[in-house]
Design a protein around this ligand. Structure first.
Ligand SMILES: Nc1ncnc2c1ncn2[C@@H]1O[C@H](COP(=O)(O)OP(=O)(O)OP(=O)(O)O)[C@@H](O)[C@H]1O
Ligand SMILES: [Mg+2]
Length: 235
């Protein structure tokens, strides 16, 4: 998953999204081409199905099964503000820092948590990006407004920031990470951060100001065990 507001990737994403939505409709026996604005589909497509179209294929059936992650999703669902249709939405809330070695299921837990919230009927605007994709999308280039991309990710009600600390760190990446995390810290917006790095190394990679904010705003979830990719029995 890439940063949502990446100008060059938007058309590709929109195309991929349309393809997946067509697949969902086709699975339900609805011909996407035959449906017109005046003809509602026979069965409504649920928020979870629509979200599935935005979730990378590998995590589209992910179930969050770590107790701290399920507790977090329960709390967010419980404390959400009621929206216009009566469904709870996300306002302020706690965040998680999911830490663990490669392949222990960090990204799986993060997408699984989003799916739990959607399945619980929470109205949810969410974005997901890896830190590396974020920096790539914010590199200055003509015809693209990086401030807008950062603004979108800084303010969206729920953000998955995957693989923090994995990209090569520079003053520029530190500053961007600081601005993003500081915005979400100030506004107390729920954020699911994942990292491969032990905490002391993460501090070195993202800088003290980011590490300090993460320490206060997140609950730490430690994943252990074998690399599930190399040990399929662990999946
Ligand atoms: N709880 C789980 N149940 C079933 N499969 C899982 C579970 N957790 C992870 N997996 C599977 O294990 C593999 C690795 O998981 P994932 O990509 O989430 O690891 P990761 O910790 O994010 O790794 P990395 O640090 O390399 O990003 C994936 O194929 C994922 O679908
Ligand atoms: Mg991962």
């Amino acid at each position: 998953m890439t940063a949502a507001a990446t100008a060059t990737r938007e058309p590709q994403r929109a195309g991929a999204l349309a393809t997946r939505l067509h697949t969902i409709l086709a699975d339900r026996g609805i011909d996407p081409h035959a449906t017109t604005a005046g003809e509602p589909p026979a069965e409504p497509v649920t928020a979870l199905e629509l979200a599935d179209a935005r979730i990378p294929a590998r995590y589209r059936r992910a179930l969050a099964d770590h107790p701290q992650v399920t507790d977090w999703a329960d709390e967010i669902a419980r404390t959400g503000r009621k929206g216009p249709g009566g469904a709870p939405g996300i306002a302020e809330g706690p965040s998680l820092l999911i830490v663990g070695p490669t392949g222990t299921g960090k990204t799986h837990q993060a997408y699984g948590a989003v799916r739990s919230l959607l399945a619980a009927g929470v109205r949810l605007r969410w974005e997901a990006t890896t830190a590396a994709d974020l920096y790539a999308s914010l590199r200055p280039r003509q015809g693209h407004d990086p401030e807008r991309a950062l603004w979108t990710l800084g303010r969206c009600p729920l953000l998955i920031l995957d693989d923090l600390g994995a990209a090569k760190s520079t003053e520029w990446t530190e500053e961007l990470t600081y601005r993003l995390i500081n915005r979400r810290y100030n506004e107390m917006l729920p954020t699911l951060v994942t990292t491969n790095l032990p905490i002391a190394e993460l501090r070195k990679a993202v800088g003290d100001r980011v590490a300090s904010r993460l320490a206060e705003m997140t609950e730490r979830v430690l994943l252990t065990g074998a690399d599930r990719r190399r040990h399929p029995a662990a999946r």
